[in-house]
Ligand binder design. Structure first.
Ligand SMILES: NC(=O)c1ccc[n+]([C@@H]2O[C@H](COP(=O)([O-])OP(=O)(O)OC[C@H]3O[C@@H](n4cnc5c(N)ncnc54)[C@H](O)[C@@H]3O)[C@@H](O)[C@H]2O)c1
Length: 270
């Protein structure tokens, strides 16, 4: 699908992978990109892009991606004239802890906090699915309104969502909530892909390995350099721009169905 002249929405775009993706879509000619994030850094991120471009192409939206009213408002604002056709839900959180932890002094075993598990599922699984569904809904309504009906292969693709998963979707010690959420994205994306094909909309997942972003900087000091680096055949951290380039290729190339492993060759860690 062509990126040029499309309206896009990227969540988690104040930082890391989301920010690199927003910039990449603009470089490929996207008409407007909604830059969505929880933090007020989202305004600076949009300003920076607009300054560099010399035009108002990035539009900041500060809010929580798990809030359905906020989501509807973002799509309504961006899709006033024509629908949002590109969606990259990249917002994500880590809340790592062992699934079951034995307290050696009391002898009691504690389970991973249930509220935290729900929060991780909401942000890392439900949000990408619902933001993608909101895009599909907008395109479906637009096609109904304009009498376009069922998509045909003579048209270009009408929409694309590339969801940011993780290599942790293969399961990983200490990440029971995060790996469950990221793994669930595979089945959700396949489902949305097959349902969305009626309207010419593709949904795919990319699973990055260790990417140099604030999320990886949260890892304990020295963990990557001393323990993890030797597991990565490319022998370095992946750069956010490399993930952004892969996301753009996944949008542009309809025969890539995903999931795509963008992990530098990292084997399963469990
Ligand atoms: N960095 C890595 O090594 C790596 C590896 C695999 C997958 N990922 C995934 O890539 C995506 C981007 O991660 P990153 O490394 O760029 O992290 P990051 O921490 O730099 O960026 C994540 C952004 O998401 C935003 N965010 C979090 N919760 C939100 C919410 N409820 N509403 C709105 N915004 C919210 C944060 O404010 C932040 O700006 C995440 O989904 C992450 O799970 C990252």
């Amino acid at each position: 699908m062509l990126i040029r002249d499309k309206i896009a929405v990227v969540t988690g775009a104040a930082s890391g992978i989301g920010n690199a993706v927003a910039q990449r879509l603009i470089a490929a000619g996207a008409k407007q990109v909604g830059i969505v994030d929880l933090t007020d850094a989202v305004h600076g991120a949009a300003d920076q892009i607009n300054k560099a471009q010399g035009k108002q192409v990035a539009r900041a939206f500060q809010g929580d991606v798990t809030d359905s009213d906020f989501r509807a408002q973002v799509f309504q604002t961006l899709g006033e004239d024509s629908p949002v056709q590109l969606c990259v839900p990249a917002a994500g959180i880590l809340r790592d802890a062992m699934a079951v932890k034995l307290n050696k002094s009391t002898g009691e075993a504690e389970l991973y906090d249930q509220d935290l598990f729900r929060q991780v599922l909401e942000v890392n699984l439900m949000h990408p699915v619902y933001w993608t569904m909101q895009m599909i809904a907008g395109i479906a309504e637009y096609r109904a309104k304009t009498g376009a009906g069922k998509w045909s292969a003579e048209e270009d693709f009408q929409g694309s969502s590339v969801i940011i998963g993780s290599v942790s979707s293969r399961g990983n010690r200490g990440q029971v909530s995060y790996s469950s959420a990221k793994s669930g994205l595979n089945a959700a994306a396949k489902t949305l892909n097959v349902e969305g094909s009626f309207y010419g909309i593709q949904t795919k997942v990319i699973h990055p390995g260790f990417v140099q972003t604030p999320m990886v900087e949260q890892l304990p000091d020295g963990l990557f350099e001393e323990h993890l680096r030797k597991l990565v055949p490319i022998d370095r951290l992946i750069q956010p721009e490399e993930i952004a380039n892969t996301v753009a290729a996944m949008i542009e190339n309809p025969i890539i169905s995903g999931p795509v492993w963008a992990d530098g060759g990292l084997p399963p860690m469990t």
